[in-house]
Every structure is written in C-alpha cells, then in structure tokens.
Design a protein around this ligand. Structure first.
Ligand SMILES: Cc1cc2nc3c(=O)[nH]c(=O)nc-3n(C[C@H](O)[C@H](O)[C@H](O)COP(=O)(O)OP(=O)(O)OC[C@H]3O[C@@H](n4cnc5c(N)ncnc54)[C@H](O)[C@@H]3O)c2cc1C
Length: 418
C-alpha cells in the first residue's frame, strides 16, 4: 500500500503530482470467498476492513452494484455526534466516535474528521425540558453534552440569530456536544477501501447482487450477481436504502421503510460558520464544508420511494428555516441538491444482527443518521460475522426487538436523527 506522509506529499507536489498509484485494487470477482459483504458504502467497506484487520479474515469480497461510496455515504451531510438518548444508542454511537478520533491515523488516510461541535437548538419550553433531560441522561452514560443559554449559543456560533422579536420560533437555548462534528464522506469510503484492499479484500464494483443462494439446510451458500455466481457461507448485507430488497432475496422480511432524503449546498463563501447547527423543531441543519459551501440538510419525504430525489417543497421548507435562523444567508445562491434513499425502522434505531437465515447477517436501518456510525457499524458487523454472535454493544439492536417489544425508541428524541 502506498503510504502517505507529509514529506511524500511535498515531494509529489514538487514533481507535478505524477506517479500516484491507484489507492485500491478494482478487483474482478473470484468463485468463492470466506465472507461476502453486499454494499460498498462506508459501512460495508469498514466491515471488510475490520474482518481483515481484527479477525484475520481477509479472503473477503465487497460487492457494490455501482461505485464505492456512491450511495448514502457520498450523499450525506456528514454530521457526527453520539449524544443519543438511550444507553444502548449512546454506547453504540460513542463506540463509533471513539473510532473516528483515531481513524485517519489508523487508515493512514485523511478522513478530515473535524470535531467542531454539534449544537442542537431548543425553540420552546418542551424542547428546553427535553434537551436538559437529554443532557443529564448523556452525562450519566459518560457521553459529553452540555446545555447552553441562547447567548452562549450565539457566542459559540456568531451567525446565529437569537433576536426573538424577529423569529417565529425563538432560540431559547441549545445543547452542545463538543466532540461532535463532521468528516469528509468520500474519503471515509476511499480510506476503508484502500486499507481493506491492502489486507487482501477484493473491492468489486459494478457488481449487483441479484439473488442470495441457500442450501438444502437453509444456510446461505453464495450470491448470484451481474458478474456471475460467487460462493460463500458467510454474507453480510450493508445496503442501506436497498436493505429490505436484498434481504427479501433470502426470504427475510425486514421491518424497514425506504424514503428519499435530500441535501443541498450553497455557492462557496469565506469561512464563516464554526460548527454544526441543528434544529429538530423547525427542521434544518447546517455546517460549512472545507470548500466553503454551506451544507444544508432537509427532512425525508413523507412517502416511501426508491428515487434518489425528493420533493421540492421539502427543500424549500428547510431553506425557510435556515433563513430565519441565519438571515444573512438569505442572498446565498444554492449550487446543487441531491437525494439518497434511507432505510428507516419503526423505532428509528438500527439493526446490526444475525438474521433467521444461517450465515446471513445484516447492518441496516440507520435511516437519516448512519454516517456518524460508519466505523462503529462496520466494526460491530465484522465482529458479529466473524464470531457468529453479536458484540455486547450491538446485542440489543436485533430484528426480533420489533416482535418482542424491546424497542430502542429514539424516534421522539431525534425527530431529525442526523
Ligand atoms: C441527504 C442525506 C443526508 C444525510 N446526512 C447524514 C448526516 O449528516 N449524518 C449521519 O450520520 N448520517 C446522515 N445520513 C445517513 C447516512 O448517509 C447513511 O446512514 C449512511 O451513509 C449509510 O451508510 P451505508 O454504507 O450503510 O450505505 P450506502 O453508502 O448507501 O451503501 C450501501 C451500498 O449498497 C449498494 N447496494 C444496494 N443494493 C445492492 C445490491 N443488490 N448489490 C450490490 N450493491 C448494492 C448501494 O449501491 C450502496 O453503495 C444522510 C443520508 C442522506 C441521504
């Protein structure tokens, strides 16, 4: 693997940036593997990396129907935080946050993790009460989160409007997780692909899984793809918005609905916005990319769909909210918008688990908020696949919780779950 260092980057720059090698092998599929991952997003690539690096299973293929990172991984607004309400969730997202902090060093690839702080605004008395309870619950669970007054919110994020006389939904305060922030989404996919490939994992692009094959005893034996049949007795599905479609190929019915979710960016401006701001109540969230674009996220459409685009009224509603919170951005022009397909569970918590089919594992249901979990989700899926048993952190995130009623109900706590 080509190693990166400051010296090497300077030398290559002086040499006209010639001679960079491909960062990972674009492999052709082989007849069989010890493990297959369906879906070359950040989660699937991370799972392959951890299978190789932590469990010694490197005869692995990641099968991606398009290009790696071309799904939600390359379409999201990159908000990272771990201050979820329930202990199960806090442990899961904190596991991911801990991995984010050392990820660039571990992968020797700059994923541009930037802990600039994620601030969530409270706009009414109910918000204030819920957020304060949330802060206390997080602290008890060892997760950093703090309450700020409206003036402290403004001090942390100077562009924020807190003039109650000009706002329909005044800012009454907010919660702040300082360890939260952003990372560069495609670098995460590329970094994991590169590190996994260097350990022997085959990254197979343009390879759509069309069927999951099962033996007489019901266990998985392989997959049928657009590039031929590939055998394996261990298959992990990490297909985000297409999870229920893929699981259906093995006869597993998933408690998931898929919705379009949109984001948009403005024309680039000088560095102005120091953190990430989210407002669940008026439904908007915003940060500034390193290129200078204001990155703005909208909500899901209210109907299920597999299109990677959403309704215009959803995006305009979000922009109305942004303009109220940050009036100086009213004259910014929007550069582009896009959508992804997010897979949503009834309790808005993910599933990382064994399925009823032997040898088939699933990581899905991350809905609107799985980018932040990428290292943790991949790490735990790898553990579950390697040992055929869940790690204590993902043990509660089963499919069966929807049958047994042991829900992890983050829905009310995070109406916008980014
Ligand atoms: C607009 C938007 C904004 C978001 N903002 C945030 C945010 O700020 N913070 C946050 O934490 N999360 C956010 N999310 C959610 C986050 O993007 C996802 O939860 C996360 O990226 C999921 O990663 P993944 O690797 O599981 O999925 P993906 O990156 O979607 O990867 C799944 C892959 O599976 C492939 N696939 C599907 N079917 C098949 C098949 N049959 N054969 C082979 N390959 C297949 C797809 O092509 C895709 O590449 C956002 C999502 C969107 C759409």
């Amino acid at each position: 693997m080509q190693k990166f260092s400051g010296f090497q980057i300077i030398a290559k720059t002086l040499g006209g940036n010639k001679g960079w090698k491909a960062q990972w092998r674009d492999a052709a599929p082989r007849a069989s593997y010890d493990a297959i991952i369906i879906g070359g997003g950040g989660h699937g690539l991370a799972a392959a990396y951890y299978l190789a690096s932590e469990h010694g299973i490197s005869n692995v293929a990641v099968l991606e129907k398009g290009w790696i990172g071309g799904g939600n991984t390359g379409r999201n607004t990159t908000i990272i935080r771990s201050n979820y309400l329930f202990e199960e969730s806090a442990a899961l997202y904190n596991h991911a946050l801990n991995l984010w902090e050392g990820l660039s060093q571990e992968l020797n690839y700059n994923v541009m993790y930037s802990p600039r702080g994620v601030m969530m605004l409270a706009h009414n008395i109910h918000d204030v009460q819920v957020f304060r309870r949330h802060v206390h619950a997080n602290r008890l669970a060892g997760v950093d989160n703090e309450w700020l007054t409206a003036q402290q919110c403004k001090d942390y994020c100077p562009p924020l409007n807190i003039d109650a006389a000009t706002m329909r939904y005044p800012v009454l305060g907010g919660s702040l997780q300082r360890r939260g922030g952003t990372a560069r989404h495609d670098a995460v996919a590329w970094g994991y692909a590169r590190a996994a490939s260097a350990r022997g994992v085959d990254i197979v692009q343009n390879c759509e899984v069309k069927a999951i094959l099962r033996g007489a005893d019901g266990a998985v034996t392989g997959v049928e793809t657009t590039r031929g049949t590939i055998h394996s007795s261990r298959i992990g599905v990490s297909a985000a918005g297409n999870s229920s479609v893929v699981l259906d190929m093995a006869g597993v019915s998933m408690p998931l609905e898929s919705f379009p979710l949109q984001a948009l960016v403005s024309e680039p401006v000088k560095p102005d916005f120091p953190c990430v701001v989210m407002s669940n109540t008026i439904h908007a969230y915003i940060s500034q990319s390193d290129k200078g674009e204001m990155v703005i996220g909208a909500g899901t459409d209210s109907y299920t769909s597999y299109t990677q685009r959403g309704g215009l009224h959803i995006a305009t509603h979000t922009l109305d909210a942004i303009c109220e919170l940050f009036p100086q951005y009213r004259r910014l022009r929007m550069l582009r918008n896009w959508g992804g397909i997010v897979d949503v569970t009834p309790d808005r918590s993910p599933i990382i688990a064994k399925t009823p089919v032997r040898g088939l594992y699933v990581n899905c249901g991350w809905g609107t908020g799985g980018f932040k979990a990428t290292p943790g989700a991949g790490n735990l899926l790898a553990y579950t696949m390697a040992r055929d048993t869940p790690h204590p952190i993902n043990a509660p995130f089963t499919i069966e919780r929807f049958r047994d009623g042991t829900l992890i109900d983050e829905a009310a706590a995070a109406a916008v779950a980014h």
